[in-house]
Structures are given as structure tokens and as C-alpha cells.
Write a protein that binds this ligand. Structure first.
Ligand code: PLP
Length: 399
């Protein structure tokens, strides 16, 4: 669960160093800042942690996706494939680039189904964004192999899986780029914030320059302002206070994952009393960031009945089929093409609809999601909470 559960002296000390330096901006002010470069230090630490060569800090996980897509050259008319079970930000970023989101089914990993991905690739596909949803691995090795065959770059949306690994390798480090979110409810948090990781130096350079208004980041002895501009950019710069908190939280990340692994085991045993229960497929339990326990019941009716009893006991699980932010058929603003823009952009251009979405387009995902329930796993789990939870599950087992 969120890193805010264990905010402490480490975060305070880091933030104070920034306030004492008096410099909140991540660039420039070399004379005033007394050697304090928190965002830069956070980027170096994050790249080292994930075993990649470069990391680019930005303002959010949404911005990280936008920056990665743009630096990979994605724009109007392109298609980008992602999955129909994710947070809205994944496809908002695609739309924000002018590109068209195309959705695949998820399988029992609750992540992108590689067989469906293969079917949805067209000549217009310019990027593929599998999401490591709910803390655990997408079939990233298979997805990467398919993408490589078609010569399409992969961006891993790792917003929900910081600290997760597959066969020892960090999630986010398989594709051309991995993106992370440090928003208020993510595994490690800086309040708002995001990161792009890559081992492709030229991609990193484009991301770095794009998120800073297109300033070229060639070392410039003349100081900021005199440098060139390779292309137009925008401002997605992280500030020093976020970088400082990020350093403190990153140092705790493996400890967070270890605590969650242990607590998840307790949740799993408690849920196992439900007859007919099965669990989400986890490709590598050792590398699971264990932020969530997700399980399935045999059908929709039983899932409704069991969760009702759990809710009555104050232990209701999240049911994604009832959630408006993560599940394709519930994204009515996407399906209906709602936009504040005159002319209907990005759903329409020049008076013509560019894309139409069918709410029934992902039947295999629906068959899984409507019988799926999830508990968020806390970092800190007191004994009284355990007792209460186990009692609620015992009661639900009688349904
Ligand atoms: C949280 C999240 C994002 C967006 O991150 P923000 O920092 O909130 O903008 C993107 N993708 C997924 C899967 C997320 O869960």
C-alpha cells in the first residue's frame, strides 16, 4: 500500500535540506544551492535501483507516459495499444499525443493478453503499453518478443508496480522505457511525481529535453538560457522537494515490498476459506510487489453475494466491474467521446469522428473482471485488524 503509511524522520530530513539550501528548482542556481541536487540524485538512485542507465524525473505518472510517447515519436494518426484494465491515465496520455488508444483483452494475469495483442497490431501501431497492474507482472517477455518482431517500441506502465521484478529483473526495464508514478496512493510516493527509465541514452536525452521546454541538455558552460533548442517541448519538471522525498521513499521501497509480501500471505490464507476461490495468476511470486491480493470466484452471482457479506462485516473488497476509473466498459467519457475541445478533438478532427469504441469489445476481460475481487495490502497490519478480517472471511465462507 502507499508509502505514506511509513513517512518518518527520513523524509523530513531530506525536505529540510532543500529548504535550507533555498533552491526549489532542479536546474541552475549552482552558487546558491550548496551542492544540493535532489532531483538529479533521485534520478541516479532510481536508475541504479532498477538496473537501467538513465532515469528522467517528471511531475506525474501521467506526464511520464506523455513524455515517453512523445520522445518515441508518437503523434496524430498513430495507434498505441494498451489493455482495457488500467487506470485512465494510460489512455489519456495516448489521446493527449493525438494518437488513438487501441485496447486488448486481459488474461488471468489481469494484464495484457499477448495473443490478443498480436491480433490488434496494424501498420499504424507506433507503441505498445502493457501495464503491470495491481503490483504484479504483465507477460512482458512474450509481449516484448511480439513487439520486437514488428519493430514496435514497448513502454511499460509501471505506475502500480514500483519494486516489482520478473525473474530478478525490475519491471519497467524490459521495454524501451518504463514509467512510474509517485502519486499520493502509490507504493512509494512524493505526493505527485513520476519517472521514466531507459537504457537508451538518445531516448533519455529526448525525454530530458522535452520535459524542459526543449532546452538542449548538452553541457553549456555559458549557463542556462544560451543553449539551443532541438525541438519544441513542454514543462513536466519535478521540483527539488519531490526529489528529496523520493530519495527517502526509494530507500524504503524494498522494505515496503517485503512487509507487503508477508501481509499478503496472511490475506491469501484468510481468503482461501471461500469455496471455489482461485487467485490471479502471478508469473513470479518472488518478484510480486504484493500491493494487492486479487482473487476470483466461480461466477458473477456468487461474487456479488460474497462481497455483500464482506461489506456487511466492514471488510468489502474492491470490485473492478463497479469501478469507474480502471475498467473499459465503465469509461463512458471515452466511449462517448466527451471532450471540452471545440471540434471534438481528439475523438474527432475536421468534423469527422476519428475513432468509435464499442462497450462490448472486450468480452474475455469482462468474463474475468466481473468475478474478480481485490484487497489492497497494507504495509502495517495490526493484530486486531487481522482478527476482524479473518472473522469476516469465515462468515462469507458460509454463503
Ligand atoms: C496512477 C497511475 C498512472 C498515473 O499516475 P499519476 O502520477 O497519478 O499521474 C498511470 N498509470 C497507472 C496504471 C496508474 O495506476
Amino acid at each position: 500500500m502507499p508509502g505514506f503509511e511509513i513517512f518518518g524522520e527520513e523524509e523530513k530530513k531530506q525536505v529540510l535540506e532543500v529548504l535550507e539550501s533555498g533552491v526549489l528548482f532542479r536546474y541552475e542556481f549552482a552558487a546558491q544551492r550548496q551542492g544540493v541536487w535532489k532531483v538529479l540524485e533521485f534520478e541516479k538512485a532510481f536508475a541504479a535501483y532498477t538496473d537501467t542507465t538513465h532515469a528522467q524525473a517528471v511531475t506525474s505518472g501521467s506526464a511520464a507516459l506523455k513524455v515517453a510517447l512523445t520522445a518515441l515519436g508518437v503523434g496524430a494518426g498513430d495507434e498505441v495499444i494498451t489493455q482495457g484494465f488500467t487506470f485512465v491515465a494510460t489512455w489519456e496520455a495516448i489521446l493527449d499525443c493525438g494518437a488513438i488508444p487501441v485496447f486488448t483483452e486481459v488474461d488471468l494475469t489481469l494484464n495484457m493478453d499477448p495473443a490478443d495483442l498480436e491480433k490488434k497490431i496494424t501498420a499504424k501501431t507506433k507503441a505498445i503499453i502493457p501495464v503491470h497492474m495491481l503490483g504484479a507482472q504483465a507477460r512482458i517477455e512474450e509481449i516484448k518478443a511480439i513487439a520486437d518482431r514488428h519493430n514496435i517500441p514497448v513502454i511499460e506502465d509501471t505506475a502500480q508496480a514500483a519494486g516489482g521484478r520478473l525473474h530478478g529483473r525490475h519491471l519497467g526495464s524490459f521495454g524501451a522505457c518504463g514509467t512510474f508514478s509517485f502519486d499520493a496512493v502509490k507504493t512509494m510516493t512524493t505526493g505527485e511525481g513520476g519517472m521514466c527509465i531507459t537504457s537508451d541514452e538518445s531516448l533519455w536525452r529526448r525525454m530530458s529535453e522535452y520535459q524542459d521546454h526543449g532546452h538542449d541538455h548538452v553541457p553549456n558552460p555559458g549557463g542556462r538560457g544560451g543553449e539551443g533548442r532541438p525541438f519544441v517541448g513542454f514543462n513536466f519538471r519535478m521540483m527539488e522537494i519531490q526529489g528529496a522525498i523520493g530519495l527517502a521513499q526509494l530507500a524504503k521501497l524494498d522494505g515496503i515490498v517485503a512487509a507487503q509480501q508477508e501481509n499478503k500471505q496472511f490475506f491469501k490464507e484468510a481468503v482461501s476459506v471461500l469455496s471455489g476461490v482461485s487467485f490471479r495468476e502471478i508469473l513470479d511470486p518472488v518478484g510480486d510487489s504484493a500491493t494487492f491480493l486479487t482473487f476470483m470466484l466461480p461466477d458473477k452471482e456468487r461474487t456479488t453475494a460474497v462481497n455483500q457479506v464482506l461489506r456487511d462485516q466492514g471488510a468489502g473488497a474492491v470490485r473492478w466491474s463497479e469501478n469507474g476509473w480502471h475498467y473499459y466498459p465503465n469509461w463512458e467519457h471515452l466511449l462517448e467521446g466527451k471532450t471540452p475541445c471545440h471540434g471534438g478533438w481528439p475523438f474527432s478532427a475536421h468534423g469527422k469522428r476519428r475513432v468509435l469504441y464499442d462497450p462490448q469489445a472486450l468480452p474475455a476481460s469482462a468474463a474475468i473482471i466481473e468475478r474478480t475481487l481485490t484487497y489492497q495490502v497494507p504495509i502495517i497490519l495490526p493484530d486486531e485488524q487481522k482478527t476482524k478480517f479473518a472473522a469476516a472471511l469465515k462468515k462469507a465462507a458460509q454463503v
